[in-house]
Design a protein around this ligand. Structure first.
Ligand code: NAD
Length: 312
């Protein structure tokens, strides 16, 4: 098939790209023409010091395949490290078109047993790390009037997973960050999407049977990632991906109910709970104000009033 999606002349930063999913995204981007910053300090799954040369190995692989890449060992949770990485990339290549926030660690424990240090460390790498890298590249993308940002979430954050309160909270926060950045970036053609992957990597190898691991190769996910950071990418899209399967996750709001004045009691809320949850005519909300205006309009209508949104 013809490769209509290419990245020639574009520069991409992929965080945590020394192994696993990040490595696969970096290799596939480079194979389609992108110049890639392979970021990885080479830490262990829990963030402890590990194999520091992993980023260099991926760079060698890319160059061996005829591509262009540089390694950077920034810890994404350090603003200084990130500034240095973004500085080196722009000095060498003059622009940054794509940021793939992929770096991540795990420190699983039930909430009862988790220390707040472990909670904070996981939020620091996933959420603050993604914000640090994206924030450093944001003015560059605004100046170019072009940018593609990918955030990496997880089914643990979207749907919940026992023993991952720190990770689930950080991963669900990716959706909040995406929702706002997609709206703020739109005028400068900066598109922001979220990946919810499921792959056989060192993060999951203990959890899955061998046959499932064979199907869930990281390489089966990267084509979806390449589409989400391409010229014709959507924006504000949550893509679930694994084993060559792709699906969209969406947040909907039900039409709901109105309880007026004396009727607005906890007992009435309990009695109306089936109606509050009824999925008939549920809608995605385009932005935060849509909910405000919906509720104000519904309440006004129930009182026989008409609202005018223009300020006098
Ligand atoms: P992995 O452990 O194989 O790779 C993660 C990489 O991130 C490592 O190379 C590590 O050195 C790097 N890293 C860790 N802390 C870093 C830091 N502070 N700065 C820069 N790099 C850092 O993990 P993976 O399975 O490839 O996961 C990649 C991403 O996908 C993570 O964000 C993870 O949470 C997410 N994810 C993975 C799965 C899965 O099934 N594997 C599922 C859902 C989400």
């Amino acid at each position: 098939m013809t490769e209509t999606i290419r990245f020639d002349g574009q520069v991409a930063i992929v965080t945590g790209a020394g192994v696993g999913l990040g490595r696969s995204h970096a290799l596939q981007l480079a194979a389609r023409g992108a110049k890639v910053v392979v970021n990885d300090p080479g830490v262990a799954t829990d963030g402890a010091a590990g194999q520091v040369t992993v980023a260099n190995s991926v760079v060698e692989e890319i160059i061996g395949n005829g591509g262009e890449a540089i390694a950077h060992r920034a810890d994404v949770s350090s603003i200084e490290d990130v500034a240095d990485m973004v500085g080196q990339a722009t000095e060498k290549w003059g622009r940054i078109d794509i940021v793939i926030n992929n770096a991540g660690i795990l420190r699983d424990k039930t909430f009862a047993k988790m220390s707040m240090d472990d909670f904070r460390k996981v939020v620091d790498v996933h959420l603050i790390g993604s914000a640090n890298v994206t924030h450093a590249c944001w003015p560059i993308m605004r100046g170019q009037k072009y940018g593609r940002v990918l955030l990496t979430s997880s089914s643990s954050g979207l749907y919940g997973n026992f023993g991952q309160s720190n990770y689930g909270a950080a991963k669900a926060a990716m959706v909040g960050l995406m929702n706002v950045l997609a709206q703020e970036g739109a005028r400068d053609d900066i598109r922001v999407n979220t990946l919810a992957p499921t792959a056989a990597t060192r993060m999951t190898e203990e959890l899955l049977p061998d046959e499932a691991l064979a199907l869930l190769a990281p390489e089966s996910i990267s084509p979806g990632v390449l589409y989400l950071v391409s010229k014709d990418a959507p924006t504000q899209f949550i893509l679930g991906a694994g084993a060559g399967c792709y699906a969209q996750t969406r947040i909907y709001e039900t039409p709901g109910i109105v309880l007026l004045d004396d009727e607005n009691t906890p007992e009435a809320v309990a009695a109306a709970f089936a109606d509050i949850q009824s999925p008939d005519n549920q809608q995605p909300m385009p932005n935060a104000f849509s909910q405000t205006s919906k509720f104000a309009e519904n309440a006004a209508k129930a009182r026989g009033l008409t609202l005018s949104w223009g300020k006098e």
